[in-house]
Design a protein around this ligand. Structure first.
Ligand code: CTP
Ligand code: CA
Length: 226
């Protein structure tokens, strides 16, 4: 089963998981979003709780149910997710950052619904959002910090760069365009890249199995550090 050798192994640990996509408002009825379903992050939260961790799930909008014994904080925008993460960060042992975070947000949020005009085009100027994971990496003390990399090309090189730039212990890299992987799939095909340069390629497997493998690695890194 999933739990052979994993029964209660996260007991006493606090795990912060972020999941789903953030949304950036344009006006009261519109937003800029992405295709993240939240499945990967919710699977990590579920498995961490089943293995005995105290789990805080910080999630963008998702159709998924909060797993049993998981404390959930719902957010919308990247800035809201950043604030929620910072508030919890000092107290947690493991951070798994599966959320698909909006990199930009509309500069001006209209307080009334934007009306259609006679021009054929609408220009929305976007400002860069803070990088939540990079912010957490810069403040890292005792935490094991695990990020994700969603790529459509140059998977390993791009993921490697993120490990270094964000001061991660590990990154879970996936090619979101591959069949059997990515946003709405129940399975995933991922590679683990570590701070020391090691790479581990996993087969295609259900997201709950990927979740357990990620938690195994986070626990191993934590134990090796102690
Ligand atoms: N991330 C974040 N804050 C952002 C953007 C990304 O915390 N503003 C996190 C994601 O949750 C993920 C990791 O950083 O764990 C990588 O996200 P990704 O979109 O793959 O990388 P970016 O650094 O945003 O670079 P790019 O989109 O240009 O590939
Ligand atoms: Ca991004």
């Amino acid at each position: 089963s999933f739990f052979a050798g994993r029964e209660g192994d996260l007991r006493g640990l606090k795990v912060l998981v972020t999941a789903a996509g953030t949304r950036e408002p344009i006006d009261p009825v519109r937003f800029v979003g992405n295709r993240s379903s939240g499945k990967m992050g919710y699977a990590v939260a579920q498995m961490a709780a089943e293995r005995g961790a105290e789990v805080l799930l910080i999630s963008g909008p998702s159709a998924l149910a909060v797993p049993p014994n998981v404390k959930a904080v719902q957010v919308e925008s990247t800035n809201e997710m950043l604030e929620a993460c910072l508030a919890a960060y000092d107290a947690v042992d493991i951070v798994i950052k599966a959320a698909a975070v909006a990199d930009y947000r509309p500069r001006d949020v209209a307080d009334q619904k934007i009306k259609k005009k006679t021009d054929d085009a609408l220009t929305v100027v976007m400002d860069k959002n803070p990088d939540i994971l990079k912010t957490l990496g810069a403040k890292k003390t005792h935490q094991v910090l695990v990020g994700f990399a969603a790529e459509t090309q140059n998977l390993l090189a791009n993921a490697r760069e993120k490990v270094v730039k964000k001061n991660l212990d590990m990154i879970v890299a996936n090619d979101v365009t591959a069949a059997g992987a990515g946003f709405n799939s129940d399975t995933n095909i991922v590679k683990f890249l570590y701070a020391n340069g090691d790479v581990c390629e996993l087969e295609q497997m259900p997201k709950v199995d990927v979740a357990n493998r990620i938690l195994d690695e986070a626990l191993r890194i934590r134990r090796e550090r102690a």
